[in-house]
Design a protein around this ligand. Structure first.
Ligand code: ZN
Length: 208
């Protein structure tokens, strides 16, 4: 049986009331999946993180938050800011250039939120239970986990070399190339890869 990735849905100019139907998860890691919530960077540049609730929902779907929770409105701007810093780092990695120091600093600032914050709490029968502080499940901590993923991706040379931008002319998705030989060109073979293959076929047929 062949598994086919669902085609990336067409995104309206202004997703409403939520960008969730247009998120896609082909980035290969949370840092790039977050970058890809801004769609069609090559053309219309549509933001699919529309509301603070979108940020919470995205973090749940990315398995970084256990359940939806109220997200302070300031966190939407913060998430977008982190996203663009990660993208600046990703684009520099693809170009083999130095990263913008401001972007590096911004990602670094998030890392203090990424760590585990253990707690020792009284449990049933008074027995102590090792757990996590409630605040540890905050949206900001979850975004800190995204920043940590970005820091690993950008700060470890062998990982940095695998950051890619989809080779399709009509896609701007960023993805992490896990192929053994590191030669992946498209975010998804099922969508962009097949479109490119069909285009080459038509070009050959036209030339013949
Ligand atoms: Zn693509």
């Amino acid at each position: 049986m062949v598994t086919v990735t669902a085609p990336i849905p067409e995104v309206p100019d202004q997703p409403s009331p939520s960008g969730a139907p247009y998120w896609y998860w082909l980035g290969g890691r949370p840092a790039l999946d977050l970058v890809n919530t801004r769609r069609e960077r090559w053309r219309r540049d549509v933001d699919c993180l529309v509301t603070p609730a979108d940020v919470g929902e995205w973090l749940v779907r990315a398995a970084l938050l256990p359940a939806p929770m109220r997200v302070p409105s300031a966190v939407l701007a913060e998430a977008r800011e982190l996203r663009e810093a990660i993208d600046a780092g990703a684009r520099a990695a693809v170009a083999g250039e130095a990263a913008d120091p401001a972007a590096v600093t911004l990602i670094d600032d998030w890392l203090v939120l990424a760590g585990s914050r253990p707690a020792l709490l009284p449990g049933p029968g008074g027995l102590p239970v090792l757990g996590e502080r409630a605040a540890a499940d905050s949206p900001r901590r979850a975004l800190g986990m995204v920043a940590l993923d970005a820091a690993r991706m950008l700060g470890i040379p062998a990982e940095r070399e695998r950051v890619r931008i989809c080779g399709s002319e009509t896609c701007s998705a960023r993805f992490y190339d896990r192929s053994p030989a590191a030669v992946r060109r498209w975010c998804s073979m099922a969508s962009c890869g097949n479109v490119a293959k069909a285009r080459r076929h038509r070009a050959r047929a036209g030339a013949a």
